[in-house]
Design a protein around this ligand. Structure first.
Ligand SMILES: Cc1cc2nc3c(=O)[nH]c(=O)nc-3n(C[C@H](O)[C@H](O)[C@H](O)COP(=O)(O)OP(=O)(O)OC[C@H]3O[C@@H](n4cnc5c(N)ncnc54)[C@H](O)[C@@H]3O)c2cc1C
Length: 512
């Protein structure tokens, strides 16, 4: 089988063997039109299953969705939750996007991914070898954050555990401690901790004390120590709807799927003629019957549906599904500035050591819509992200704080009038707290025709974030297709264990 990227050791997981005679007459409701729901719907519709995708919002893509807005100067623009990194090791997400864009022409590489600490220290990922361990060695050798003195203090036995990551084994070993504890045990150089947190932990929208160490170790493996795809990534050339979701929706319709946006599912109950009755809309909502249901919502959406659906699965499962923890709020601020930022500013800059700012992107560096606005007005479109804010924080205070931090990092912006601005303060990402793995629901549920998908769902492969969403969507489709005697879809992941056998063996010996 041809590997999907450049890593010859990427792992293929073939679909399970179909059971019985093929029968594509089933009707399936896929609830949620984010990446997970889109992957599940594609997986089902491509095999001839009658698929109806039900999405609450007026747009597809979920957290990677976008919606139209009109700026104060009359220009139409697309707002979203902003910058997303499409890593090369996102094999299943890329396979999903290839359905509508076979050569992934809508993605464009970002040449670098600098990280700047407030104290002036800076790291870059450009120019590193892609394969481990050379990538890690080259990075440590040139990074100002790793000094020989600090490296000599590292607890080798603990550090080696990062080179022996397998899923779910790493959760059995490390889920009980938090991400900060793990780095303390390793005696990870202090100056370099911000790297671990900025690149990995905060991308989970959580303070490292609230994040499972197993999740952090899995992240090291997926993005750095376990994959030879490299740490650079791509971004869409156009806003998400135009680049990704409208073409994918056309593909789904071409396969016979129905795509209904602005349709919230309220409740799922046992059906009369078919297995499930799915109720949509408000109080005068309609019931429609389906043979199977894929719940591909975010954790809040799942909680609401499960609480109103006492007739599905069983009590223990419903309790677990309704109690999925959510991460703290995050803020995305997009500013249309009258003046351009300095020409040397990169498309994306990770920042650390600031009160709340986590990254800054300059959209006209990579996105056509922003480029057109900046070209016409002579200004810049800048986006600021702040993750893991305090619960109940004041929206206006957070906007102002974020803009003040932009002035500090890119001082030229202080003199630029803000032509227009949009702020999205949300809290719809999952949290993976220490000790939470055992309670994480998997794709399968006690009912074989009710399956789950989403980035919060347990997937026993080294995948995370958007890639976990896509992978779980294909796995949910596979679980149903198999029951109807239909072939499923091969999914891929980065290698499912550490790449260097002698170091893996040593890690195991030292663990005993
Ligand atoms: C600011 C930000 C930056 C990020 N950056 C990155 C990044 O750089 N790289 C990365 O890999 N990941 C990143 N992520 C995470 C990524 O966005 C998610 O992992 C991924 O989009 C999750 O997809 P999903 O399909 O599981 O869930 P969602 O995208 O949340 O989709 C769930 C869908 O279900 C719908 N829904 C909910 N309830 C109902 C209902 N009752 N009826 C019908 N529909 C319903 C919702 O409207 C939503 O569309 C980022 C997230 C954010 C917020």
């Amino acid at each position: 089988m041809k590997v999907p990227g450049r890593d010859p050791r990427a792992r293929a997981v073939p679909a399970p063997a179909p059971l019985g005679r093929p029968d594509a007459s089933a009707r399936v409701a896929v609830v949620g039109g984010g990446i997970a729901g889109l992957a599940a719907a594609a997986g089902l519709a491509e095999r001839g299953v009658r698929t109806v995708l039900l999405e609450r919002e007026a747009y597809l893509g979920g957290r990677v969705g976008g919606w139209p807005t009109t700026l104060g100067d009359g220009t139409g623009a697309t707002m979203s939750r902003g910058f997303h990194a499409f890593f090369r090791q996102y094999y299943n997400l890329r396979a999903l996007l290839r359905r509508a864009d076979p050569d992934l022409g809508m993605l464009t590489p970002l040449p670098d991914y600098p990280l700047a600490h407030r104290d002036g220290a800076a790291d870059r990922f450009a120019g590193l070898p892609a394969a481990p361990p050379w990538n890690a060695m080259a990075f440590a050798a040139r990074s100002p954050s790793f000094t020989w003195r600090e490296l000599s203090r590292v607890n080798v036995a603990a550090a080696l555990q990062l080179l022996d990551v397998d899923v779910p084994g790493v959760y059995e070993r490390l889920d009980h401690i938090d991400a900060l504890d793990l780095l303390e045990r390793i005696r990870f150089p202090r100056a370099a901790r911000h790297l671990a947190f900025e690149v990995f932990s905060r991308s989970f929208f959580a303070d490292p004390r609230l994040l499972s160490a197993a999740e952090l170790a899995a992240m090291f493996h997926i993005y750095f120590l376990g994959s030879a795809e490299g740490l650079l990534f791509d971004v869409p050339r156009s806003p998400f709807p135009q680049a990704l979701w409208e073409p994918l929706a056309a593909h789904l319709r071409g396969c016979g799927a129905e795509v209904r946006t602005a349709t919230a599912v309220e409740e799922v109950a046992p059906g009369g003629r078919r297995r499930f009755a799915v109720r949509t809309g408000g109080s005068g909502g309609e019931d429609e019957e389906f043979d199977a249901v894929v719940l591909a919502t975010d954790v809040g959406g799942l909680r609401r549906i499960v609480e109103r659906s006492p007739g599905i699965a069983d009590d223990a499962w419903r309790k677990r599904a309704a109690n999925r923890p959510g991460a703290p709020p995050f803020l995305v601020s997009r500013l249309w500035l009258e003046r351009p930022v300095a020409a040397r500013r990169p498309g994306f800059l990770g920042t650390s050591g600031h009160p709340s700012l986590d990254n800054i992107s300059v959209l006209e560096r990579y996105e056509d819509e922003a480029r057109a606005w900046a070209g016409r007005t002579g200004g810049s479109v800048v986006e600021l992200h702040a993750y893991a804010l305090a619960e109940g924080c004041d929206e206006r205070t957070e906007h102002e704080r974020l803009i003040a931090q932009m002035h500090e990092v890119y001082p030229e912006t202080a003199a630029a009038r803000i032509v227009d601005e949009r702020h999205e303060l949300r809290a719809d990402c999952p949290l993976f707290p220490p000790g939470g793995f055992a309670e994480r629901p998997a794709v399968g549920t006690p009912d074989p025709f009710l399956v789950l998908a989403g980035d919060h769902v347990r997937v026993d492969l080294p995948v995370a974030l958007m890639e976990r969403a896509a992978t779980s969507g294909f796995l949910a489709a596979n679980a149903l297709l198999r029951r109807w005697g239909l072939p499923g879809h091969t999914v891929w992941s980065v290698p499912d264990r550490g790449r260097i056998p002698p170091l893996r063996a040593l890690a195991r010996r030292l663990r005993r």
